[in-house]
Design a binder for this molecule. Structure first.
Ligand code: TRP
Length: 369
């Protein structure tokens, strides 16, 4: 089976080696990791574990940084629902990069995108969700002096003239080939990528000088930035660089789907709800206890294992031990899920406390025009 990875649909068998080839990405090499470590003093677990696995021009970002030419960070969120754990993977690394490299962050909330792409969502709803999602961003502890969050519809006076410059260089046939649009696609969809490319050069416009841009994002967003990398140099700006993560697998065994409620843990779930979702998860377990004790489970296909690997096991040795227990059949899936549910529950309580506090900080982060 093959795969589909576009910003609006991810399905099939995600063979990341193939994605790297098909998209023309570069793998994050050991040498590149060593360069990051040299500057940061350590490596983030998401880098060590290769959750962030591919990039474009990250070596150039470091070259410039070493010449004291600092980059800014850009990432974003399409507010179509509450935030789930998978959405936060790029944000975790972004926060770390901001701390370690002292970088400014521009965070785009694409309320326009989710309105034009999703049946049944009004602009009022996507806007409201953008505000909800912004609380999750702020809760991660971004520096209020170095972070700007904006909704496309509330920052349109600044964004729109820049989006037009991109749109003028982008043909329908390129948009079609890149994103798979058809003649039935609405024209808002076709225009949208122009808006998503703007924050990659907006700080350069506003400061009147070219500033390198690094975009941490999930690999499904790469098509947008392929277009941006093609067009921005024609407008006199740098190609944006990126660092890209794998998708967090959904709990139902298929791929994570924002619209399929049971397939993810949301930041607004109570620990009990999260536990229910996790306990109901598909795993790499065998058909019988006997078989599992003998053969061990198949952790390489297990979404529960991936949740540990990616997010909830800061300690590398503890993760390696779990892997051994799982492979060796000494732990069964029920217990493993139980342990994960405990960790997730603790995370949620703490995150929700910070999320509450973020309500009073919101205005310090938001920019409008
Ligand atoms: N289109 C993204 C989504 O649906 C949101 C987004 C906007 C984004 N700008 C970005 C994501 C930059 C990553 C990087 O979630």
């Amino acid at each position: 089976m093959t795969y589909i990875v576009t910003p609006w649909k991810v399905s099939g068998d995600l063979d990341y080696d193939k994605i790297v080839k098909d998209f023309g990405l570069d793998i994050i090499s050991e040498n590149l990791l060593a360069r990051i470590e040299k500057h940061a003093g350590e490596l983030h677990p998401l880098l060590k574990r290769k959750v962030f696995f591919a990039h474009r021009d990250l070596d150039w970002i470091l070259d410039e940084y070493e010449k004291d030419h600092r980059f800014f960070l850009y990432t974003g969120r399409g507010p179509s629902g509450q935030t789930h754990l998978g959405h936060m993977i790029p944000w975790f690394l972004t926060k770390w990069l901001q701390d370690k490299f002292g970088a400014e962050l521009w965070f785009q909330m694409t309320d326009d995108e989710k309105f034009v792409f999703k049946d049944g969502l009004t602009l009022e709803q996507t806007k409201k969700l953008a505000y909800e999602n912004a609380l999750d961003v702020i809760a991660l502890g971004f520096d209020e002096k170095k972070t700007k969050i904006f909704l496309d519809t509330e920052y349109a006076k600044t964004l729109y003239p820049q989006a037009l410059k991109v749109a003028k260089r982008l043909t329908f046939s390129t948009a079609k080939a890149t994103f798979g649009f058809s003649n039935e696609s609405n024209v808002g969809e076709i225009f949208f990528t122009s808006v998503q490319s703007v924050p990659a050069f907006l700080p350069s416009v506003l400061k009147g000088k070219n500033i390198p841009c690094l975009i941490p994002h999930a690999v499904d967003q790469d098509p947008h930035f392929r277009v941006a990398r093609d067009i921005l140099p024609k407008l006199g700006y740098y190609k944006p660089a990126s660092i890209q993560n794998k998708m967090l697998p959904g709990l139902k065994g298929g791929k994570m789907s924002a619209s399929d409620e049971g397939s993810a843990v949301y930041t607004t779930d109570s620990p009990d709800t999260a536990k229910k979702r996790l306990m109901n998860s598909f795993t790499g377990g065998r058909d019988s206890i006997k078989e599992q004790r003998e053969k061990g489970a198949n952790y390489s296909i297990c979404p529960i294992y991936y949740h540990y690997q990616q997010l909830f096991m800061p300690n590398d040795n503890a993760l390696a031990n779990l892997e051994q227990e799982c492979k060796g059949g000494s732990i069964l899936c029920g217990e493993c899920k139980q342990r994960l549910a405990e960790r997730v529950g603790k995370f949620l309580v703490e995150h929700q406390r910070k999320r509450e506090k973020a309500k009073s900080q919101l205005e310090k982060f938001l920019v409008r025009d």
